[in-house]
Design a protein around this ligand. Structure first.
Ligand SMILES: Nc1ncnc2c1ncn2[C@@H]1O[C@H](COP(=O)(O)OP(=O)(O)OP(=O)(O)O)[C@@H](O)[C@H]1O
Ligand SMILES: CC(=O)N[C@H]1[C@@H]2OC[C@@H](O2)[C@@H](O)[C@@H]1O[C@H](C)C(=O)O
Length: 399
């Protein structure tokens, strides 16, 4: 037998598996690396996050990626080179982390790599009749496997699309396994570049589970800060937005887009929510000269309203608690706006459930890999066509 498959067979039969989950999100802030220890699978999954780090990307790397990121026109040679480069670069970052943590690569069973999304095109965005939902993550898994010597699962989103989904949000599969709680309706709200949530009913009825993107989390705020405040990548601790006042006319113009009336579940990205989107809203509202601080205060409010309106309209009458994760939870004004829009709703973060909020998405991909290796397909019921029951991830062997 190919000795890689022998190794895989051993890993599958182990009582506990050490899986590294990787996430590099739309904010391009860095690579999240979570070393997780798994026992069991399915709803019996237990995961301990042994180590976690975000390896920040240097500005030059961000600039390279931005040249192809969420752009309809891009240099194909650059895409091709970046696909290989990001794979090797992520492998280097993993090896550096393992060295720092004093962990031998041989102790790691599997790497689960999300890669870098460079374009996300659900049919609602591309609107080309007879063309499928589509998404593209680069940073090839073979490069990670060869350079680290560790079996790597990658490119998780394609199977989801092939089986009827939009390739996102995948968080729901991990949220269901790790965070469902009998007797408590939970909302797992992730505020990354894009905000999304999973609804986990306290009845544990899987057919009622629901997950969707809702619109921008930080992406528009980040893009605006980067365009107007040299050297800044985001509105740290809401300092800029707190110096302004939100403008109701601009907010109304920002909310005036068909995306907000599309049926749930839906997905989106910076392909839609970008500076051009903001400019069009400013023009529509006749507010092209609003101060940067007022603009930031309005964008902050826009993200909060998008999140809260989606929660209210999809969960009419339900009582629920929110567990937040993602970088947006560190934006105090955003969290304050959300609290004001959802009075009486308890908002906590996932640390209370044992997973650090910044690590959650990386842990998710490790969980998906664990399921692909040893689990049964998660089944949310036949009507959940956008939540297909599939194993996700492609397997790269080191040799
Ligand atoms: N102290 C802070 N104050 C304000 N905002 C913050 C702070 N820390 C992080 N953020 C925001 O969080 C963002 C990073 O969030 P995160 O890493 O969750 O996004 P991502 O994983 O790249 O996105 P996605 O989940 O959409 O792929 C930063 O770009 C910034 O906007
Ligand atoms: C195509 C893509 O990379 N989508 C991301 C993005 O970032 C947040 C939101 O948009 C989410 O739908 C998804 O990531 C998370 C991890 C998910 O699939 O659940």
């Amino acid at each position: 037998m190919n000795k890689n498959f022998e190794r895989l067979y051993q890993i599958i039969n182990k009582e506990t598996r050490n899986i590294i989950g990787l996430m590099s999100g739309t904010s391009l802030d860095g690579l999240d690396i979570a070393l997780c220890q798994f026992t069991g699978h399915g709803t019996a999954t237990e995961v301990k996050v042994q180590k976690f780090a975000t390896m920040p990307y240097p500005p030059a790397f961000k600039e390279e990626v931005k040249q192809v990121f969420s752009r309809r026109q891009a240099d194909l040679e650059k895409v091709c080179i970046l696909n290989a480069y990001i794979g090797t670069y992520h492998a280097d970052l993993i090896l550096a982390c393992l060295q720092e943590w004093g962990v031998n690569p041989e102790e790691v069973d599997v790497i689960a790599s999300h890669g870098q999304t460079i374009y996300h095109a659900p049919a609602s965005l591309h609107q080309q009749r007879n063309s499928p939902n589509a998404t593209l993550q680069i940073g090839d898994g073979d490069h990670i496997a060869v350079k680290t010597g560790i079996i790597t699962l990658s490119d998780f989103r394609q199977k989801h699309i092939a089986a009827g989904g939009e390739g996102a949000p995948l968080a729901v599969y991990g949220d269901y396994l790790l965070f469902s709680e009998k007797g408590q309706n939970r909302i797992m709200l992730n505020i990354g570049g894009i905000a999304n949530f999973t609804y986990l009913p306290g009845s544990l009825d899987t057919t009622k589970i629901f997950s969707t993107d809702v619109g921008p989390g930080n992406t528009l705020m980040d893009a605006y800060v980067q365009s107007r405040f040299e050297g800044k990548f985001y509105d740290a601790n809401s300092e800029i937005a707190l110096g302004g006042t939100f403008n109701p006319e601009l907010l109304a113009a920002l909310l005036d887009h068909p995306f907000f009336s599309y049926d749930f579940p839906k997905t989106t990205g910076p392909e839609l929510f970008n500076l051009q989107y903001l400019m069009q809203a400013q023009e529509k509202a006749g507010l092209t000269h609003l101060s940067p601080e007022d603009t930031m205060a309005t964008l902050n409010c826009f993200s909060a309203v998008g999140i809260c309106e989606a929660l209210k309209s999809s969960l009419q009458g339900e009582i629920f608690e929110i567990f937040v994760s993602g970088g947006g939870m560190h934006n105090p004004l955003l969290i304050r706006n959300i609290r004001e829009l959802l009075p009486g709703i308890k908002i906590r973060d996932t640390a209370e459930l044992g997973i650090a909020p910044d690590a959650k998405e990386a842990v998710l991909f490790a969980t998906l890999a664990n399921e692909t290796l040893v689990g049964n397909r998660i089944d949310f019921g036949p009507h959940q066509v956008r939540l297909p029951s599939v194993h996700m991830g492609k397997i790269s062997l080191p040799e």
